[in-house]
Design a protein. Structure first.
Length: 155
């Protein structure tokens, strides 16, 4: 964790070569606003940003030009109606991904499993989807949803 407050655009520029826009947006949603003065009227709200420990091992999944052309996510300025995700997310986008799959209730167990198994991205979780589902104690329909939609949602 570098402990630096960053705008969404700064985060996007920092992570564009290693993560997809969806992963960056998902991570942004896990950040909390920093108390204090705003730097400029045009800047997005600042948030504490954790540098992913596994960033050097992640492979680029989208071109920087494609990421740079995208704007800040609509939720970046909202107060967020959903429950606050864990601030120390070990896999970038995990909480967002689980929310998209309607499995957000398993966020803590999923983060713990990822940490124990050394998973550093969503693709690694999908490579071990059976073990992941078993460890989380997913119900039959939840397993089916994860198997059918998990990979597509992770991209």
């Amino acid at each position: 964790e570098d402990g630096k407050a960053r705008t969404f655009n700064e985060l996007r520029a920092l992570c564009a070569s290693r993560y997809t826009m969806q992963e960056i947006e998902g991570y942004w949603k896990t950040c909390t606003p920093v108390d204090g003065a705003a730097t400029s009227a045009a800047a997005a709200p600042k948030a504490k940003v954790k540098a992913a420990a596994s960033a050097s091992s992640a492979k680029p999944t989208s071109s920087p030009s494609a990421v740079a052309s995208a704007g800040a996510p609509p939720e970046a300025e909202g107060s967020g109606a959903s429950a606050a995700p864990p601030p120390d997310e070990s896999v970038l986008g995990l909480t967002f991904w689980l929310r998209e799959l309607k499995l957000q209730g398993y966020a803590a167990a999923a983060a713990e499993w990822a940490e124990e198994q050394g998973a550093c991205n969503l693709e690694e979780i999908m490579e071990n989807v059976e073990d992941f589902a078993e460890a989380l104690g997913l119900k039959k329909l939840e397993r089916k949803r994860l198997g059918e939609q998990g990979e597509a949602t992770a991209k």
